[in-house]
Design a protein around this ligand. Structure first.
Ligand code: SAM
Ligand code: SF4
Length: 310
């Protein structure tokens, strides 16, 4: 289950969050106790792996403590975090102490000028510092990069080189036509793989399972980390999708592509535990056969990615 704990963010990535986004009133955002209650019920149904996301999860005070409490919840097997990395340095020690199972850092370029053009802020340095420190601390790190045509489509080479020296997985995620991503040109991972193979002809499929998700992994001889491709558009992985999303306002989302969501906040606030479980089951059963990101008109989700929780 991917849990978004906030719709706020300290960056404005051009494909994710507009400058003037209207934010949810705080009373509509689930409190940490409420999130933990959902998880308690979800664990009883067998949902044992959680990812904390947002918006930017680390801008919400107490995020680290939520992770500590979630890790301590009986039956929880894995807790990971997805972050833009800006505030991460300050929290790495406690995260390691609480036993975080992995951190995904979103990073689309190593060029400070392009970083500012993509995210709106001149903040590459603290992200790189956090990445290096996290690796030194032995935390399992995945780098998530979205390539945009004409913006950073050439940057895969520098990003992939990070995996040569550092034991990090560098993953390229196809841009999905959701929110600000609508109408933007994605870089096909099929073409990207061809280009990578031209430079690294010895690349092989990685037989090791790296996570629970849709990424396909490759090894490059001499590299410490792996290459991952998440091909939302050109490699439909719906038949094996086991994701369920909880938005910061307490809506369950069966699939990113469609606007269907199952509101949980009210029953949660009324303390109806059995109904919470029923709604979780309903959300899983409502997972559609497949997404249709290849046809923008079929994408009914109108929210921005930062509002859903990417
Ligand atoms: N703020 C955190 C971060 O950036 O990692 C967590 C939330 S962010 C919405 C999660 C991931 O969604 C990021 O890696 C971001 O690049 C990705 N993302 C946002 N909009 C997207 C889109 N339209 N298509 C593909 N990935 C997208
Ligand atoms: Fe913020 Fe993450 Fe969206 Fe960038 S991708 S605007 S960091 S929520």
């Amino acid at each position: 289950m991917r849990i978004s704990i906030t719709d706020r963010c300290n960056l404005r990535c051009r494909y994710c969050m507009p400058e003037n986004i209207s934010l949810m009133p705080m009373e509509n955002i689930l409190r940490y106790e409420e999130i933990l209650e959902v998880c308690e019920q979800a664990v009883r149904l067998g949902i044992r792996k959680y990812k904390i996301t947002g918006g930017e999860p680390l801008v919400r005070l107490g995020c680290i403590d939520l992770i500590r409490r979630l890790k301590a919840l009986e039956g929880v097997e894995q807790v990971t975090l997805t972050t833009n990395g800006l505030l991460l340095s300050d929290y790495l020690e406690p995260l390691r102490e609480y036993g975080i199972d992995g951190i995904n850092i979103s990073l689309d370029t190593l060029d400070p000028v392009k970083y500012k053009a993509i995210t709106g802020f001149d903040k590459l340095e603290p992200v790189m510092a956090a990445l290096k420190r996290a690796v030194d601390l032995g935390i399992k790190i995945k780098i998530n990069a979205v390539l945009q045509k004409g913006i950073n489509e050439e940057d895969w080479e520098d990003l992939l080189e990070l995996a040569r020296e550092m034991p990090v997985d560098v993953r390229f995620i196809e841009l999905m036509p959701i929110g600000m991503g609508r109408g933007m040109d994605t870089v096909s991972n099929l073409l990207l793989l061809d280009r990578i193979q031209e430079i690294y002809p010895d690349l092989i499929r990685d037989p090791v399972i790296h996570g629970n998700g849709p990424a396909v992994y490759y090894r490059i001889p001499g590299f410490s980390g792996s290459l991952g491709l998440i091909s939302a558009l050109h490699g439909k992985f719906c038949s094996s999708c086991n994701r369920i999303r909880l938005t910061s306002t307490g809506d369950l989302k069966p699939c990113l592509c469609y606007q269907e969501s199952i509101p949980l906040r009210q029953v949660l606030r009324e303390g109806k535990k059995e109904e919470i479980r029923d709604l979780l089951i309903r959300a899983v059963k409502r997972k559609p056969l497949m997404h249709h990101f290849e046809d923008e008109h079929a994408v009914t989700e109108q929210k921005k990615m930062a509002q859903i929780g990417g």
